[in-house]
Write a protein that binds this ligand. Structure first.
Ligand SMILES: Nc1ncnc2c1ncn2[C@@H]1O[C@H](COP(=O)(O)OP(=O)(O)OP(=O)(O)O)[C@@H](O)[C@H]1O
Ligand SMILES: [Mg+2]
Length: 317
């Protein structure tokens, strides 16, 4: 929230002014030691002042959030890994971001350290139970990055929404009320084309399709594109595909290189330049409840997600 950003700026300023971290020189090394460290602390102070100013500048814009779903009914292609890490880098770059966990598996929530057993108000309670959406939003360790967690009861949505009028618009209605609070709302979809995913499509402006660099990569894409077409024609005419992102890429694998080539040939201009490599660190980060930006910011997977977030922001300009 905007107020939250200012709080952080204030705490940075407090840290800059705080004398408590200045070093005590070891005996006999007085002057040179202090000279070295004063210079070091001046650099840190200038850096922190820069951070504080940048944070102040990045107050929430007046525009409504862009809502982006990561979608592919194929399981295990990197939807959750991509949603969590792209969202966290967007926040890292000064954007206000809400991640919506639309998958009853709750992987995005647990991957950010949210224990589903302790969640009182989840996406289920607001989408189906009619609860207040702001009660379901929780913060993360990253400034300006919030989550609506999923719990297992969301799996009942397919049945519970069967007879409900306008059931495809439940998520749209939920997100409409908080759209002005964020720059981006990122939705992590489940691996199916059921009512939850359709809710995600209807609530979205744009879609990103993670495609795993493997032999069966293009399998199922036709059915996905047909479903998107149906939603565009009947429920959400403004929905568009932002692009496909290649995931789990291993450049030593000839087949993977071929898949990337074919994707770029089939969908010219529709495949992000950023390619997400296979990286053990990306797979490890969720078990520590952290996004890759917190877990290992210099890792090759981290760099790829940072680059994807930059591409998404660049598309706005
Ligand atoms: N780039 C990567 N490098 C290594 N492991 C990855 C990478 N991306 C994802 N994984 C791992 O692959 C598995 C599937 O990834 P993820 O959960 O993101 O896929 P998904 O499409 O969300 O799956 P589901 O369809 O079940 O929701 C996870 O164990 C994840 O940690
Ligand atoms: Mg997932």
């Amino acid at each position: 929230m905007p107020g939250e950003r200012l709080e952080l700026s204030r705490s940075c300023e407090h840290w800059i002014l705080s004398p408590t971290r200045l070093p005590i020189p070891p005996s006999g090394q007085g002057f040179l030691y202090i000279l070295k460290h004063v210079r070091y602390y001046s650099i840190i102070s200038i850096y922190n002042q820069g951070v504080a100013t940048a944070r102040k500048k990045s107050l929430k814009s007046k525009a409504m959030a862009k809502i982006i779903s990561f979608i592919n009914q194929k399981g295990g292609v990197g939807k959750t890994t991509s949603s969590v890490n792209t969202a966290s880098y967007l926040a890292d770059m000064g954007k206000f971001v809400l991640l919506v966990d639309l998958d009853p598996q709750g992987n995005a929530s647990s991957g950010l350290g949210i224990d589903p057993r302790r969640v009182e108000n989840s996406l289920y309670s607001t989408m189906i139970g009619g609860g207040e959406v702001r009660d379901a939003i929780v913060g993360t360790n990253i400034d300006g990055f919030h989550v609506i967690p999923a719990t297992a009861d969301l799996a009942g949505a397919n049945i519970e929404l069967v007879d409900v009028e306008n059931r495809e618009f439940r998520l749209y209605d939920v997100l409409r009320t908080v759209r002005m609070d964020y720059d981006y709302i990122i939705i992590d979809s489940p691996p199916s084309l059921g009512v939850l995913t359709i809710n995600g499509l209807v609530a979205s402006d744009e879609l990103i399709i993670p495609v795993q660099a493997e032999y069966y990569a293009l399998e199922g894409l036709g059915q996905l594109l047909e479903t998107i077409d149906l939603v565009q024609n009947n429920l959400q005419p403004n929905l568009s595909i932002m692009g496909a992102v290649i995931t789990l890429y291993d450049r030593r694998n000839r087949l993977a290189r071929q898949v990337v080539r074919e994707m770029r040939q089939h969908f010219p201009g529709r495949v992000f330049d950023s390619v997400i490599p296979r990286s053990v660190r990306l797979a490890e980060a969720p078990s520590f409840g952290q996004s890759i930006s917190m877990f290992d910011n210099l890792n090759k997977g981290a760099k790829a997600y940072k680059s994807l977030a930059k591409e998404i922001i660049a598309l706005e300009q």
